[in-house]
Design a protein around this ligand. Structure first.
Ligand SMILES: Nc1ncnc2c1ncn2[C@@H]1O[C@H](COP(=O)(O)OP(=O)(O)OP(=O)(O)O)[C@@H](O)[C@H]1O
Ligand SMILES: [Mg+2]
Length: 216
């Protein structure tokens, strides 16, 4: 489903990813871990076509995404639910609208959107905040909105960048369970985290990066 072959990424002279090869099977759940600056976010961004690798090959669903046309990137991204490390919520839209947005783009009817958003909000425990603007939410609540937004389309691929970074332990475990639920329904899930407790309590394959290289 997702294959990287000898991928390199440079930010001017800095080598953020060095010779990274990785194969994630369809329906697999893996963690990417490693210290701050190891390249976790860069790796996820490359899969999402947020940044472009400088060398190597990347296949997602058989598509070579280094050769993808700009006009095809939105279609590629529809296959992916992504939780960004900095959430990237739309500041002028309510919680409800932030989550509904992706559904509107793909043309889901408004009644169905309401039903799905409601269900997803309940799942992340935020039904009571649906009409609030993101800036009025705590960090952990914003994070859960970002997670709801990633899950609502039931995408075949889920990329989550430190999705439990602002959450206390119990909620973190709940969030991981949501990803595991999506995984049980067939989604391929990649979670970047340096939360050791999460890694220990929810065993899945772990890929460890350090200074841009896969070390384990
Ligand atoms: N846009 C950019 N321009 C220049 N350097 C960058 C850029 N983005 C990332 N880097 C550098 O690339 C390296 C890897 O960054 P990345 O964000 O992928 O690390 P990370 O493993 O996600 O770290 P963290 O755990 O802190 O989120 C870092 O040293 C960072 O400074
Ligand atoms: Mg990061």
């Amino acid at each position: 489903m997702i294959q990287l072959y000898h991928v390199y990424k440079y930010y001017s002279n800095y080598q953020a990813l060095i010779d990274v090869s990785l194969k994630v099977e369809k329906g697999e759940f893996i963690y990417i871990t490693g210290p701050s600056g190891a390249g976790k976010t860069t790796l996820l961004s490359i899969i999402f076509c947020g940044v472009k690798a400088d060398q190597g090959q990347i296949l997602v669903n058989g598509k070579n995404i280094l050769k993808i046309r700009d006009s095809d990137i939105p279609y590629h991204r529809r296959e992916i639910g992504v939780v960004f490390q900095d959430f990237k919520l739309l500041p002028k839209k309510t919680v409800f609208e932030n989550i509904a947005f992706a559904q509107r783009v793909i043309g889901v009817g408004s009644k169905e959107i309401k039903r799905r958003v409601w269900m997803t909000l309940k799942m992340v425990g935020l039904s009571h905040k649906k009409d609030i603007l993101p800036l009025r939410l705590s960090g952990g609540e914003q994070q859960r909105v970002a997670i709801a937004r990633a899950l609502i389309n039931e995408p075949p691929i889920i990329l989550a960048d430190e999705p439990t970074g602002n959450l206390d332990f119990d909620i973190s475990m709940e969030i991981i369970k949501l990803f595991e639920g999506a995984n049980a329904k067939g989604a391929t899930v990649i979670v970047a985290t340096h939360n050791r407790e999460i890694l220990k309590r929810n065993p899945h394959r772990v890929v460890k990066l350090n200074r841009g290289r896969v070390v384990e």
